[in-house]
Design a protein around this ligand. Structure first.
Ligand SMILES: Cc1cc2nc3c(=O)[nH]c(=O)nc-3n(C[C@H](O)[C@H](O)[C@H](O)COP(=O)(O)O)c2cc1C
Length: 356
């Protein structure tokens, strides 16, 4: 049996296969609103047969956007277009997921094709927040350290966003606690030097994430799965590391989190990352084995054989693909053919299905 096309039950949701569209910012929204681009982009990958599609980092607040063009879910007005997207994905037999995000001190930056670093206040930028007042890099904005009221607002923004995600028809929420954005900034001692109950010890650094998980679960029903994306390591001495990720994953499992999406890096500019095929898979394997929680593997997985091997070796329960899905929206359809698995094609495309 080919594992890649085995269904996976996550609480009350069943994915038809193990192939996931990894969240990818499209930097194409205005005031957080989704539009035809997002419908066609995500819809194409649903037509292409992905089991789960995790929508890009979607800001829980205006100030939590990475760039001015990020998607958002901080007001009810955002919902109708998001509902169109989820309805379309569901109609293709795929599952719509959403990544809820706050960019922290990496907010208010240019989208890749419009510039680099900080968008100044007089060019549409906004004041940013973080665990402390140190900037991510020289050309990034200097954040204001969150005070107790600011932390409360972050938690309540995630809670409200989870409620809206439900109303918009998403069936999976992924909390973005990776890549040097706000929740990761609190986890890592390199970005979190607070002296209150949110900084210092492991227990204090993970506190914000655990509180966000609890607030999310208040709105997100028991029948629906909750995923957390972690950067399993900062790849930097003295930073967040794989041992702490294992410890955190075990804690998250007891707090209603079903699966850890195992990425790395993003919190330290120019960290020495040994990029290569499947370079992050080891972390999915370790967290799955040592924390006893389901995992997703991501990072330079580009072929059906690689994806299948990760599952067959027991290193992960899901494989997430990002850039390969930009090259090939129909990856699952062609992967099935390559691995000799019979799957249904969209009826509209049936006449193009290769016959043995
Ligand atoms: C265009 C683009 C946008 C991305 N946006 C996000 C995002 O919104 N949230 C996130 O967690 N990761 C984001 N990523 C990272 C991917 O989800 C993925 O982890 C990374 O690209 C490695 O997978 P790959 O080698 O299959 O591309 C993005 C990557 C790309 C290429």
């Amino acid at each position: 049996m080919v594992k890649l096309f085995e269904p996976l039950a996550l609480r009350g949701v069943t994915l038809k296969n193990r192939i996931v569209v990894s969240p990818m910012c499209q930097y194409s929204a205005e005031d957080g609103f989704a539009n035809d681009w997002h419908l066609v982009h995500l819809g194409s990958r649903a037509v292409g047969g992905a089991g789960l599609i995790i929508q890009e980092a979607t800001a829980v607040s205006f100030e939590g956007r990475i760039s001015p063009e990020d998607l958002g879910i901080w007001k009810d007005e955002h919902l109708p277009m998001l509902r169109r997207i989820t309805d379309f994905i569901v109609a293709q037999g795929s599952v719509p997921g959403i990544q809820l995000a706050h960019a922290g001190r990496k907010a208010s930056t240019y989208r890749p094709w419009s510039g680099a670093g900080e968008v100044p206040l007089n060019a549409g930028g906004w004041p940013v927040v973080g665990p402390g007042d140190a900037a991510f890099a020289d050309d990034y904005p200097r954040p204001e350290a969150l005070d107790a009221a600011g932390i409360k607002k972050v938690i309540s923004d995630f809670r409200a966003a989870a409620g809206r995600a439900l109303a918009a028809g998403y069936q999976v929420v992924e909390l973005h606690a990776a890549h040097g954005y706000l929740l990761h900034e609190f986890l890592s001692p390199l970005s979190n030097q607070r002296t209150d109950e949110y900084g210092g010890s492991f227990e204090n650094r993970v506190r914000l994430l655990l509180e966000v998980v609890a607030a999310t679960r208040e709105m997100w029903p028991d029948e629906l799965p909750l995923i957390v994306r972690l950067s399993a390591t900062d790849w930097t001495e003295g930073g967040w590391n794989a041992d702490e990720s294992v410890q955190l994953a075990a804690l998250l499992k007891t707090r209603g989190v079903d699966l850890i999406d195992c990425s790395t890096g993003g919190n330290v500019p120019k960290a020495p990352i040994p990029v290569g095929p499947g370079y992050q898979v080891q972390f999915a394997g370790r967290i799955k084995a040592e924390a006893g929680i389901m995992t997703g593997a991501v990072g330079l997985i580009t072929t059906p054989a690689e994806a299948e091997a990760i599952l067959a070796n027991g290193q992960a329960d899901l494989v997430l693909l990002a850039r390969e899905f930009l090259r090939e929206p129909y990856f699952p359809l062609t992967a099935a053919q390559e691995l000799g698995v019979e799957i249904e094609w969209p009826a509209q495309y049936e006449r193009a299905k290769p016959r043995a």
